[in-house]
Ligand binder design. Structure first.
Ligand SMILES: Nc1ncnc2c1ncn2[C@@H]1O[C@H](COP(=O)(O)OP(=O)(O)O)[C@@H](O)[C@H]1O
Ligand SMILES: [Mg+2]
Length: 688
């Protein structure tokens, strides 16, 4: 069908503007506007459809609107062209009306190409014509935006329009992939990684892209998705190949992680643990001969312990914290004893410490007018004694206190055995042995577990090798993807290990940028994020492992971007995720969400004028999603690209019917299972 440009333009017209407000435009449809598929434009065109686009002519170009709802209104008279037949009696007439949300402006450039821009400055007026977009215009709307290097899918409204994204935007400011189980999250995540790498590969030719994806995979699904890819490093527990065994040495863990692991309580266990880490990391297991050196170490130990108490707020916390703190001070003071070998000024320093503590003791005991003595210390008190201790430390030959403090977290190798030795030695010095015995037993039991040993007890591992394997080597020569399969990690360890891996990655990239003044773009992918980034209620005293793990991800969410670390979170329970992490995600790929609470939460994350789109969330078919946020010029419906079966993460639903009806065989040999089960355990015991 051919028609003149004017006729063509006319054939696209579907109605007139009836009502205008900044966030809603209502349109009265023409009687002859197509119901379903329109052939009047020369091409079959589907119209009108929820979430489809229409154009409204203004002097500035076309205002692009997205259809929110369509309805039929009983009008008392038919809409008529021309006047003059008022003599007729009109019957009520069904009129179609629709409401659209203004999105942006489409402007025609020369040679009939179009450019789309978000935001509307000049609104249409009542009576303006509403048009259907042509194929070209539709493509210009959907394909707007720059640097769209990675094709992720197509638009359900215009099959020929490819939806592609700017990878810098998609990964640079964290992406959250949310949706019910089976809605297609894992496929989308695996697809995004694969398509990004493919697009980059096309650009670099024969070489590998210089990319780094680290996938934390709690269900062990991703190995299958990249099985045919040679650029994958794969790590898991129970691997027979030692190289591929998941290793997260004890000595990587910082003091926070140790405290969570050992469930150390604030009062005396934490300071003891932190001191132990400091000494085991600086290799102080040798016997101390010199009384002065001994005193110096003792002072530095007490300074760390005191700072720790200060951070916990014990000196001024609620009863009995200050009382315990007071007792601790008195106990520490017992070991500040002047020795003959000390110089005069050193003796003076020790005496000063003694007299300060003595004074505080007196203040708290000689108050007959009070029935209950007040044990609390002020901030100034603590700062005073810290100054006295620091002066003493320098007097005894200490140099840089900050170095001493850092030591507790520096990843220097030690074995589980030397850690335990050091722990009891430090408890002796700090006089906390009786308080830490429960914790000590707990650590001993955990460290002697065989599974734990095979994951964490490696004092001969090199840090640079680990970074090379887990983050990736120079110019990605050893692969572009790291899959860390966490599926068989013991439950009591999973949060610690995940936190350590994520934090080590973050800190390594931080150091990389400091050294090279440029960041190393890396993507950290977190499947089933609600297990690791779970919202928590703050408890200053005891930090659980899952809270500690969540805090690591919160830090990455807040600061990762500066160091090139982008996060991809995938979760089916958005309402259980940490709000801090979610609010730092700038792009959302939303799959079907049918649960009320999760929908509400997602609603809160999205700007007001885009909320209408989310009404579709409960009815999205799998593989379909809504992309919105930083990486998408427009909130967009995407039909994700098709992933062949061998490239999908393994998460098939169990096929009851086929097995019941004997279409699929399932032979059983429990003996073999039992043997492997029991044999594997004894095998490991023998090995250790
Ligand atoms: N992009 C896609 N290509 C092909 N199949 C898909 C795609 N997305 C989803 N599917 C289908 O949906 C099923 C569930 O997807 P999956 O990613 O495992 O969901 P989720 O991770 O949300 O539980 C897959 O097994 C697959 O059959
Ligand atoms: Mg999944």
């Amino acid at each position: 069908m051919s028609c003149s440009p004017l006729e063509f333009q006319e054939s696209l017209e579907v109605g007139q503007v009836d009502f205008v407000s900044p966030d809603e435009i209502k349109i009265q449809l023409n009687i002859d506007a197509p119901e379903d598929v329109s052939l009047s434009t020369g091409l079959p065109r589907v119209f009108p459809r929820i979430n489809g686009y229409v154009l409204i002519h203004t002097e500035d170009g076309y205002v692009v609107g997205q259809i929110e709802w369509i309805t039929i209104e009983k009008s008392p008279y038919p809409k008529r062209q021309g006047l003059g037949d008022f003599g007729l009696v009109d019957l009520p007439f069904p009129m179609r009306k629709m409401s659209v949300k203004p999105l942006g402006v489409l402007r025609e450039k020369e040679s009939s190409t179009y450019s789309f821009q978000r935001g509307v400055s000049s609104f249409p007026s009542v009576g303006d014509n509403v048009l259907l977009p042509t194929e070209k215009q539709l493509k210009a709307i959907i394909e707007s935006g720059e640097n769209r290097f990675v094709e992720i899918g197509s638009s359900p409204f215009a099959e020929s329009a490819k939806i592609a994204v700017d990878p810098d935007k998609l990964f640079g400011r964290h992406l959250a992939v949310l949706g019910n189980t089976g809605s297609g999250k894992s496929c989308s995540v695996a697809g995004l990684i694969r398509w990004s790498l493919e697009a980059a590969k096309k650009n670099v030719g024969s070489e590998n892209p210089n990319a780094r994806f680290i996938i934390l995979d709690p269900n062990g699904e991703y190995k299958k998705a990249f099985a045919e890819d040679h650029n994958v490093r794969y790590f898991s527990v129970n691997e027979t190949e030692v190289e591929n065994r998941l290793k997260v040495p004890l000595w990587f863990w910082n003091s926070n992680e140790w405290c969570a692991f050992a469930q150390a309580s604030g009062k005396s266990q934490k300071p003891t643990l932190i001191n132990t880490l400091r000494s085991v990391r600086s290799g102080i297991d040798a016997p101390i001969v010199d009384e002065k050196i001994e005193m110096r170490r003792y002072i530095s130990t007490i300074i760390t312990a005191l700072k720790c108490e200060k951070n916990c707020g014990s000196p001024w916390g609620s009863f009995p914290k200050p009382k315990n703190f007071h007792d601790l001070l008195l106990k520490w003071n017992e070991s500040f004893v002047v020795k003959e070998t000390f110089s005069e000024s050193q003796k003076k320093c020790i005496a000063e410490i003694n007299s300060w503590v003595e004074r505080k003791r007196e203040e708290r005991t000689s108050r007959p007018e009070c029935r209950y003595p007040i044990f609390a210390y002020s901030h100034k008190d603590i700062d005073d004694i810290l100054t006295i201790l620091q002066n003493a430390y320098i007097e005894f030959g200490g140099v840089d206190l900050d170095v001493g403090e850092l030591d507790a977290d520096i990843p220097r190798p030690f074995s589980g055995e030397s850690f335990l030795k050091c722990l009891s030695a430090n408890a002796e010095i700090l006089k906390t042995s009786e308080y830490i015995s429960v914790m000590e037993t707990r650590i001993k039991t955990l460290l002697s577990d065989v599974r734990m040993k095979s994951i964490a007890d490696y004092d001969n591992l090199r840090l640079d090798d680990w970074l090379n394997n887990y983050i990736g080597g120079d110019s990605a020569s050893n692969g572009t993807i790291t899959i860390i399969d966490l599926s068989l990690v013991p439950a009591e360890l999973i949060h610690i290990l995940t936190a350590v891996i994520a934090r080590m990655t973050f800190e390594a990239l931080q150091r990389y940028r400091k050294k090279n003044e440029k960041c190393l773009p890396t993507v950290l992918v977190m499947e089933e994020a609600h297990t690791f980034v779970k919202r928590y209620t703050e408890d200053a005293e005891n930090q659980s492992a899952s809270e500690m793990c969540c805090k690591v991800f919160e830090k990455i969410a807040r600061e990762g971007r500066k160091f090139g670390l982008g996060m991809v979170l995938s979760s089916q329970r958005p309402s259980e995720l940490s709000p801090t992490v979610l609010s730092q995600c700038n792009t959302f790929l939303l799959h079907r969400i049918s649960n009320d609470r999760d929908q509400e939460l997602v609603m809160r994350l999205i700007p007001d004028n885009q909320k209408g789109l989310l009404r579709d969330l409960p009815s999205l078919p799998s593989q379909n999603a809504i992309l919105l946020g930083w990486a998408s010029e427009l909130p967009m419906f995407v039909k994700m690209r098709y992933l062949p079966k061998n490239q999908r993460p393994q998460s098939d639903d169990p096929d009851f019917w086929n097995v019941w009806t004997r279409k699929d065989g399932r032979p059983i040999d429990w003996t073999a299972v039992a043997n492997e089960w029991q044999g594997a355990k004894t095998g490991l015991v023998e090995r250790s």
